[in-house]
Design a protein around this ligand. Structure first.
Ligand code: 6AU
Length: 475
């Protein structure tokens, strides 16, 4: 393959895909060497060679379900790779159609599918990031890009800063060496390119323009400033200050046990999630001490009511009845199933002034009926209510370029992979590093432990370390 790569480099030179002189690049820099791979469509054999070389490089990539070429030059290249490997492809439109579905990404995919990027040449990396932005906006995950040529002008680092690992067949230095050894260019030209590379890096302001705000690599501190809902802002601050992304699900049947439990795990959590209607001895007198514990340990009360009815009924369920949820729980869960009326009801009902909703987009339960389209529409709905929606309950990284929203991931446990009623579990590391969780919900992993406070502390530490690893791996 090394030899094939050298031969390929020489062929590129012979078809004028690599030129020497004075040229202007896309980001406005002058360059003594210019690569224009667009001509390659006129040379099918060379296209095939390039595809073979890229396929060889794909071996270095751990996970991908799909590929996407950066339009337009890499589109036909990705197509050949797709045909040869049977990896399905998706296509990014540069502009959304103004009729029909207004889709930016064409092709079949599932939320959370990992999409490998294919590109010809990287200077700043900004073209790749534009494509990544649309792919992640459409609920895909992007972590790797395979490319032909790294111009070594800062693009690799910039991509890394934005969560993308670049795998290049050739660096500009290697290309110059191959062409020089083959007698295609003289020493002076090599020198000129070397001087140019040593002195010319892409301007940071050019790069900053296209940062896609990938939430997986931003700190909670930065994201607190981007939150549009006051409760999610508070939650980000609590997480950062207490160094915890742990939400405990206290599915306990007795009020005294609930209060004791809240007191013990309080120091280790950012939120305490209740199903208040499962308490066998519920009395409104429980609520004041519960709120006091939450205040003293600086965590939020979160009633997992999963509202799913017409707006008017939800208004009553939220603010009236025995539980008067809106008077004590700043956070609640809502199903998107019944449409926007539910959110309007939560928004306008009486109760606490500041409130946040977690909208349920995916479920941890085996065999649930949620379809890919339901997931996509739920994310769309969440983005339409920025002042109300604190985040989304889901199992995959669905909304990467909306860093003000929080991903809450239930179904987390170290001991078991499932229970006997369809619940499925992932480990703390998996949910943070692979599934994109910001907050992990742990229930029985802690409530059924012989020492819940100690178990909560252990989960807290694992989750926090994984979060640090996630944001640091890109700096
Ligand atoms: O860790 P567990 O299995 O003991 O508890 C998980 C908690 C329960 C569920 O009602 C809730 O998380 N949950 C949710 C939420 C938070 O809405 C959604 C989901 O898909 N799966 C899930 O288990 O209190």
């Amino acid at each position: 393959m090394e030899q094939k790569l050298k031969e390929f480099a020489k062929e590129l030179f012979s078809i004028d895909a690599i030129k020497f002189g004075e040229y202007k690049t896309k980001v406005g820099l002058m360059t003594p060497v210019y690569c224009d791979l667009r001509v390659i469509v006129s040379y099918p054999k060379l296209m095939e060679t390039l595809a073979d070389l890229l396929i060889w490089k794909i071996q270095n990539v751990e996970r991908y379900d799909l590929i996407c070429g950066v339009p337009y030059t890499a589109l036909p290249i990705a197509t050949v790779v797709s045909i040869k490997t049977s990896i399905p492809m998706v296509m990014r439109r540069k502009e959304a159609k103004d009729y029909g579905t207004k889709k930016l990404i064409e092709g079949v995919f599932k939320p959370g599918d990992n999409c490998l990027i294919v590109e010809d040449v990287v200077t700043s990396g900004s073209s790749i990031l534009e494509t990544v932005k649309d792919l992640t906006g459409a609920t895909l995950k992007c972590t790797d890009a395979i490319i032909l040529l790294n111009r070594e002008q800062g693009g690799e680092q910039f991509l890394k800063n934005n969560g993308i690992k670049m795998h290049a067949l050739l660096s500009m230095t290697q290309l110059m060496q191959i062409l020089h050894e083959a007698g295609c260019i003289d020493k002076a030209t090599v020198q000129k390119v070397e001087n140019y590379l040593a002195t010319t890096k892409v301007d940071e302001s050019v790069m900053k323009k296209s940062v896609p705000d990938n939430r997986l690599i931003l700190s909670f501190e930065a994201r607190a400033k981007l939150a549009k809902n006051p409760i999610s802002e508070q939650l980000f601050k609590i997480m950062r200050c207490k160094q915890t992304t742990l939400c405990v699900a206290v599915d306990i049947l007795n009020s005294t046990d609930l209060l004791n439990f809240a007191e013990r795990v309080g120091p280790h959590i950012c939120a305490l999630k209740t199903h208040i209607d499962i308490l066998e001895d519920f009395h409104p007198n429980l609520l004041q001490p519960l709120q006091e514990i939450a205040k003293s340990h600086n965590f939020l009360l979160f009633e997992d009511r999963k509202f799913a009815d017409i707006g008017k009924t939800v208004e009553y369920q939220y603010s009236k009845g025995l539980y008067k949820i809106s008077s004590w729980a700043p956070l609640v869960t809502v199903h998107s199933l019944m449409g926007r009326g539910v959110l309007d009801a939560i928004k306008t009902s009486e109760g606490l002034e500041k409130r946040g909703v977690f909208l349920l987009a995916e479920a941890s339960a085996a065999g649930n009926l949620i379809s890919d389209n339901y997931v996509k529409e739920t994310i769309k709905m969440a983005e339409e209510y920025p002042e109300l929606i604190a985040g989304v309950v889901c199992q995959n990284p669905l909304f990467l370029n909306n860093p003000g929203l929080i991903q809450l991931c239930p179904g987390v446990q170290m001991e078991n992979k499932q229970d006997n009623l369809g619940q499925r579990y992932n480990s703390p590391l998996t949910v943070v590093l692979e599934k994109g969780a910001d907050i992990a919900v742990v229930g029985r992993g802690i409530t059924q432990s012989s020492d819940p406070a100690c178990a909560a502390e252990r989960y807290k530490k694992m989750l926090w370390d994984a979060y640090l690893q996630r944001i640091e791996s890109s700096s």
